[in-house]
Design a binder for this molecule. Structure first.
Ligand code: SF4
Ligand code: MG
Length: 326
């Protein structure tokens, strides 16, 4: 997938060559630092980009449907019905002037025609499903009367209201404290196993990836740098960026007062991308070749790819030869 934004100074490419597929019941996580193109990828899937942005090429396959090729009206029908989104901050998505019951019912109404009583029952049922205590009474609450964790549960209830096949969750727990975070993740996993929903999870946190995902797409500066099963990734990260991200995961057993190792430098601006490998200014292994030539995605195992010259199977024999264009 390639997503570009029109700006006053020209076209900026936010996502370049991100392609992946998700199947029923699977959790695929997209991980990277902020500014790496994760959210843009998620929004691109549902065509929710601001008007200056558009997906110019690429593929997102869901159940063999290529979501990036659908017409606008087709995707509109799918949004909220087959695919739902959960965002980081529920307060920006919940309407403060309506009760949460009203908001859940509005979502059910888009796709189903029921009686007033049936709508109410469905809404209470959904709130019970997401573990909101005292659902019959809470349904009449306004968003500000709930805690952050409860509001996120309501968002999940709204997302589930149409029994979607795929939920796209963009940093769904980032605004919550650690305990509530764990509860919400647990809830998503539980609902997934009950309902068979696929989850596309956007996160900057490899700890969350380890907990939740089956497969992972690591992105850097708008490109995929590694794609792998979670098990293989944690056993051995192949890309220097993945390795650096792993070193920055907080571990419970280490002293929390110790500062975490962070990756030096910043994600480059999309307007001034480095030459060659986009990670080279921050990579401890960078060579001359890395600075001048962009590495392709190498196959490095079963269903595993990584975009780094260190993984070039030809590199030993080709060291002194000019490398083939890819
Ligand atoms: Fe580092 Fe070079 Fe690999 Fe890029 S291609 S990640 S700079 S070693
Ligand atoms: Mg984001």
């Amino acid at each position: 997938m390639r997503t570009v934004f029109q700006t006053r100074t020209g076209t900026v490419e936010a996502v370049n060559g991100i392609s992946f597929s998700i199947s029923k019941g699977e959790t695929v996580a997209i991980v990277g630092e902020s500014g790496s193109g994760k959210s843009v990828s998620a929004l691109s899937i549902l065509r929710l980009l601001e008007s200056s942005g558009r997906v110019s090429s690429g593929k997102v396959l869901f159940n063999d449907l290529n979501l990036t090729e659908m017409k606008d009206e087709e995707i509109r029908k799918i949004r909220g019905k087959d695919i739902a989104m959960i965002f980081q901050d529920p307060m920006t998505c919940l309407d403060p002037v309506y009760t949460i019951g009203n908001q859940i019912i509005e979502t059910i109404k888009i796709h189903e025609d029921l009686s007033k009583k049936e709508y109410l029952e469905r809404a209470v049922e959904l709130l019970r499903l997401v573990g909101l205590p005292d659902a019959e009474n809470r349904i009449h609450s306004y968003p500000h009367q709930l805690s952050g964790g409860q509001r996120q549960r309501v968002m999940i209830a709204i997302a589930l209201a149409c029994r979607p096949n795929l939920i796209i969750a963009d940093e769904p727990t980032t605004a919550l404290d650690v305990t509530v975070q764990a509860q919400i993740m647990e809830l998503l996993k539980e609902l997934q196993s009950k309902l068979g929903t696929a989850i596309f999870l956007v996160t900057h946190d490899l700890g969350v990836v380890a907990e939740m995902a089956d497969r992972v797409v690591v992105v850097y500066a708008g490109q995929v740098v590694e794609q792998s099963s979670v098990i293989d990734l944690f056993e051995k990260p192949e890309h220097p960026y993945t390795e650096a991200l792993m070193k920055s995961i907080p571990r419970i057993e280490t002293d929390r007062t110790k500062r975490l190792q962070t990756i030096k430098g910043n994600v480059p601006s999309l307007k001034e991308l480095p030459s060659g490998c986009r990670f080279h200014p921050r990579c401890p292994f960078a060579t001359e070749k890395c600075r001048s030539e962009e590495p392709p995605l190498f196959n490095v195992g079963e269903n595993r790819i990584s975009k780094c010259w260190l993984l070039d199977p030809e590199s030993k024999v080709e060291m002194t030869l000019p490398s083939a264009t890819v």
